[in-house]
Ligand binder design. Structure first.
Ligand SMILES: C[S@@+](CC[C@H](N)C(=O)[O-])C[C@H]1O[C@@H](n2cnc3c(N)ncnc32)[C@H](O)[C@@H]1O
Length: 290
């Protein structure tokens, strides 16, 4: 990737982009910063192949970032998706997510305040937003952090220099690794599992159950489908992308296929979690303690 080349959204049109690239053939990406919540500009950018990336503060003002990438596939692979967005992820989440502060505190309330070196597995840890709240409660925790995005993990490392010895960081897909048996007191999965089909989730939950100590707890915060119909529609669209060869079954993509709360509960029970507590947050998120 080249350095960022900012263009003004007032210049955007197909012709402008082609001419711009012709004059600058070395460019792999073009960045556009837009004042927040300007829907007509957002539409214009999306029509012209720009992708929404996140937020950035420029001279004290928060702006939406859109980027255009050369040769970008319609469906982005998970690691590359988050690599592209990593620099702006924390600001974006702190502005947009219900998870911040009170959300993380609710998610982690099953974890007691203690000095013991609890063993925690954080799946899809990203930049480690949840870890601040983990270390506030358990400063001696040993946390295995797993993510497929190298850039998200790089930021995590930079953010927690004082806890670097407590962290074991792995750049891997949690679908393709073994977690071991009865190793963890807690497994956390925060905003990361809504890209999995029910059958893949069941397999993952079984693996998590096996990796938890007998009184261990799984803590999930995730995006949900509000109705069975919504879940089914998304699932069928996803399966048709595989069938049409637009995506590969063996890869992970940033495509949302959330389950309903009832389906989540059913799969967790099928995976062997006896007690499942579900707490709805906002309209379409849930915190699950299993
Ligand atoms: C929305 S971010 C959440 C990050 C962090 N947990 C938080 O709440 O801020 C989702 C993260 O899950 C990671 N992810 C998604 N699927 C994954 C997989 N199969 N294996 C490892 N990481 C995955 C992504 O790379 C991304 O960093």
């Amino acid at each position: 990737m080249q350095n960022e080349h900012l263009i003004s959204h007032t210049d955007i049109s197909d012709e402008f982009i082609s001419e711009y690239l012709e004059v600058n053939p070395e460019l792999d990406e073009i960045t556009c910063l837009v004042p927040k919540n300007n829907e007509s500009v957002e539409d214009l950018l999306e029509e012209n192949g720009f992708r929404y990336l996140g937020k950035r503060t420029v001279e004290g003002e928060v702006r939406d970032i859109y980027k255009w990438f050369r040769n970008l596939e319609k469906y982005e692979a998970m690691g590359a998706f988050f690599d592209r967005r990593a620099d702006d992820y924390d600001l974006h989440m702190s502005e947009n997510s219900d998870l911040h502060e009170t959300g993380f505190i609710s998610l982690l309330k099953a974890i007691p305040v203690m000095k013991d070196p609890l063993s925690i597995l954080d799946l899809g840890c990203g930049t480690g937003a949840e870890l601040k709240y983990v270390f506030d409660k358990v400063p001696n925790a040993h946390v295995v952090c797993v993510d497929v995005s190298e850039k998200m993990l790089y930021i995590l490392r930079e953010k927690y220099p004082e806890y670097i010895d407590n962290l074991e960081i792995m750049c891997k897909s949690y679908l393709k690794m073994e977690f071991g048996k009865e190793k963890f007191d807690y497994v956390i999965a925060c905003s990361t599992l809504h890209h999995l089909l029910a059958e893949d989730k069941l397999e993952l939950y079984r693996k998590i159950k096996r990796a938890l100590k007998p009184d261990g707890v799984l803590l999930i915060h995730d995006y949900i489908s509000l109705t069975e119909e919504e879940e089914l529609t998304r699932r069928e669209k996803f399966l048709s992308l595989i069938e049409n060869g637009e995506i590969e079954k063996s890869q992970i993509y940033h495509i949302d296929i959330p389950l309903t709360v009832a389906h989540e509960e059913k799969i967790l029970k099928a995976a062997g979690f006896e007690s499942v507590r579900l707490e709805r947050v906002g309209e379409n998120y849930v915190i699950i303690t299993a």
